[in-house]
Ligand binder design. Structure first.
Ligand SMILES: [Zn+2]
Length: 153
């Protein structure tokens, strides 16, 4: 199923963990509408300037989300978020570009290590209304994920 000009639903529902556990990760109509909005209003904008995007993780059904230890309130479960990378672009640069050029709800540069352009990934979410434009940097410290304001690895 096509979500927008350059994105297919399969890219957002594919999960190695889900396949290993034999889980059905099919979103409902509400989640599909949310994914379409994320694609049209955010991901297509990024792709047009920076090139093809790799979706590390998109939609996570409740069972898959629980299986991988995701937060119960995760926007991935609503079809509102994707973890993305662009092969030729450092993840820190990708996050900064999105912050400057896109509308978004939450933007998180996750697990990025300075000097390692391909480390980590970028989480971006988008809602129909009330987007917070919150930009954060997340990093692991002693086995715990910590967050700080801004895109600041
Ligand atoms: Zn994410």
């Amino acid at each position: 199923m096509r979500l927008s000009r350059h994105f297919n639903l399969e890219e957002f529902t594919k999960s190695q963990a889900g396949e290993r556990l034999g889980l059905d990760n099919t979103p409902g109509p509400v989640e599909i509408e949310n994914l379409k909005r994320l694609c049209e209003d955010v991901l297509e904008v990024i792709r047009e300037s920076l090139g093809p995007i790799y979706i590390n993780s998109g939609y996570r059904g409740p069972t898959l989300n629980k299986a991988i230890g995701g937060a119960a309130t995760s926007q991935h479960c609503k079809g509102e978020a994707a973890d993305i990378e662009i092969p030729e672009v450092a993840n820190a640069d990708l996050a900064r570009w999105i912050r400057k050029n896109c509308d978004y709800d939450q933007l998180i540069l996750e697990c990025y290590k300075k000097g390692q352009p391909t480390s980590g990934w970028v989480h971006v979410s988008y809602k129909a209304t009330g987007n917070r434009k919150q930009a954060l940097t997340a990093f692991m410290s002693n086995g715990k994920m910590l967050y700080k304001e801004g895109i600041d690895p």
